[in-house]
Design a protein. Structure first.
Length: 601
């Protein structure tokens, strides 16, 4: 039997620190949220903090212990589960009152839900006996939000032992997976982002924790974050063949999101959502045809029909109208609200200095940067303490960062052992190579800027929580990097958890700006800007690149035609402004095509 979820939105993983304790804050109100479990040093720091807060004995897990990384992650997740249970039971055992947390739990629910309707009935009932019965029913139907964990599949360095050889299954992603699988989390999910990692997906077969307990029943669900339908099908089939069911495909905008961005080839959110809507049952049946034989081959009992699959979406959602469109027109099961929650201290953890930057940020302050050592574009807020520190090092002639955490080491261009492209060592070697190379002035400047733009994300994305709670993390390293989506420019004040949920469900409006473009329009503009950037960065494109750009333009134009059709069907609001934006985008693409493929005209 599936557990009903009180809310139809979730809080996605944000950075390393920003949602590190979100479940402790919001799960008691029935809200799902996600934790990154890669940075075990940060998790150990947070375990110490919360052990003290909840009066538990804290015994440090040092790097000298065997399997210390697995132990750190597992112990933090177990603590989070205990904290969530404690906070939830505390609310459940309390009484209804004007400002009680119990009342707040029900007030924040979506107005269309059955539980909210039951709550209104309770409020409007004067008969004491009936009121007592309704109160009992309400408490029985309460559910905490799920504790979700996120593994970015690309962050998976090997970890050699004392003999300098890597033992099997000791890489970062695999140890994080084992830590989650063996944790005490229930009604939870593991989210895989950034694409298919074969050894990680293969390793999942070793854990019975991902097996179904019954039809649609999983203690630990599997969620795949994807940017299009094809990616969902490929990854879903890969796991289905191993007898692992994907319970949710979490669609994220290729560009209109926080953190790392994985652009599609011009495929836009609207058409992508439409494809999932039309092919959802086909997807379920396709995966089931591989999954059922796989589990029966392992000696497990098969099922007569596919388990449910949820389709959820995130990336740039900012208004209740957009939220409603995604639910009603595309039938998504949940919407992800990340960036707006950075301004909600009741849900996320951001240090005061960075919070102030977020509040005052404008559109020009959020850039698609080359800051990530992974070599993937990265949405990034300018003006942070990490950027200031990086620029100061460059000015002093000592670019690059100390590499203490080493989660993003991957480059072997100059060294036998992998190093990080944000490190002092790599940048010194790379800059020397560039100086000695025969590059044009433009190419040299571009490559030099790309090298110098790299930041230490392991530390920068971790520091906010330790700074906020005044707990030691890394000595002499307190710089903060933050990676909101462009959507942050539309939110300019702190909000309470209730205010944010009221905004999501259309009971209030936290956006002050009238000129905010629709999420579909913003993503379209970002894709056109992205294409122009790629063209500018590629002075001598080969035939394959030109062919890709041609397909990109084709997909953009098809997306524009799709949105025009939605306007005709009156599916979208603000038709005049939307149509005007489509016209501008279309002109820009035609101009780009003309310059690319008919330059002599």
């Amino acid at each position: 039997m599936q557990i009903s979820i009180p809310h139809n939105f979730h809080i996605p993983v944000m950075g390393l620190a920003y949602s590190i304790d979100s479940p402790i804050k919001v799960a008691c109100y029935g809200i799902n949220s996600a934790i990154s479990i890669i940075e075990d040093n940060l998790l150990e720091t947070m375990r110490k903090h919360y052990s003290q807060k909840y009066g538990e004995i804290y015994t440090p897990i040092t790097t000298k212990e065997t399997d210390y990384r697995i132990k750190r992650i597992t112990n933090y997740l177990n603590l989070v589960q205990r904290a969530v249970n404690s906070e939830f039971e505390k609310i459940k055992d309390s009484t209804f009152g004007l400002s009680s947390d119990l009342t707040k739990y029900f007030e924040m629910l979506p107005d269309t839900g059955e539980l909210k309707k039951l709550f209104h009935k309770f409020l409007n009932t004067e008969n004491l006996s009936e009121k007592e019965n309704l109160q009992k029913q309400l408490k029985e139907k309460m559910e905490p939000g799920a504790v979700e964990v996120n593994i970015m599949t690309k962050v998976d360095k090997d970890n050699p032992g004392k003999d300098k050889l890597s033992a099997p299954n000791t890489s970062d992603a695999l140890t994080a997976l084992k830590a989650y699988a063996t944790s005490e989390l229930k009604n939870s999910a593991i989210i895989f982002s950034a694409g298919l990692n074969p050894r990680l997906f293969n390793y999942m077969e070793e854990f019975k924790e991902f097996d179904a307990k019954g039809w649609g029943e999983f203690d630990k669900k599997v969620v795949i974050k994807v940017s299009d339908y094809r990616s969902a099908l490929i990854q879903g089939k890969y796991l289905a063949k191993k007898g692992i069911w994907v319970s949710e495909f979490r669609i994220e905008s290729g560009l209109n999101c926080g953190g790392h961005v994985f652009a599609t080839q011009g495929l836009l959110m609207g058409p992508i959502l439409n494809e999932f809507k039309e092919k959802k049952e086909e997807l379920r049946e396709s995966l089931f045809s591989l999954y059922n034989p796989a589990i029966t081959a392992k000696g497990q009992k098969g099922f007569s029909k596919p388990h449910p699959i949820k389709i959820t979406v995130q990336g740039g959602i900012g208004t209740s109208e957009e939220n409603s469109l995604l639910h009603k027109h595309y039938n998504v099961d949940s919407t992800g609200w990340g960036t707006p929650f950075l301004l909600c201290p009741e849900a996320t953890t951001v240090d005061d200095e960075t919070l102030n930057l977020l509040i005052n940020s404008k559109e020009k302050d959020i850039i698609r940067s080359q800051s990530s050592p992974l070599g993937v574009a990265f949405n990034y807020l300018k003006g942070t303490s990490a950027e200031t520190e990086r620029l100061n090092r460059i000015e002093k002639g000592a670019p690059g960062s100390p590499c203490t955490e080493k989660f993003l080491i991957s480059n072997t261009e100059f060294t036998k052992e992998p190093i990080c492209t944000a490190s002092k060592k790599y940048q010194k070697l790379k800059l020397k190579q560039l100086e000695e190379s025969d590059l044009s002035k433009k190419e040299y400047q571009q490559q030099r800027e790309d090298v110098l733009s790299k930041e230490c994300l392991c530390v920068g994305l971790s520091n906010a929580a330790p700074l906020n709670y005044k707990v030691p993390f890394l000595k002499k390293q307190q710089a903060v990097t933050i990676c909101p989506s462009p959507n942050i420019a539309n939110f300019s004040k702190l909000s309470t958890l209730k205010e944010m949920t009221d905004h999501i469900y259309g009971r209030t409006n936290l956006i002050q700006q009238n000129k905010r473009p629709h999420m579909f329009v913003k993503e379209l503009e970002l894709y056109i800007d992205y294409l122009e950037e790629q063209i500018d960065r590629t002075p001598n494109p080969d035939k394959r690149t030109m062919k890709n750009w041609e397909a990109f333009c084709k997909n953009i134009l098809e997306g524009i035609a799709y949105y025009r059709d939605l306007l005709k069907k009156q599916v979208l609001d603000n038709t005049k402004g939307f149509e005007k934006s489509l016209e501008s985008a279309e002109k820009a693409i035609f101009k780009t095509k003309l310059a690319l493929f008919e330059p002599s005209r």
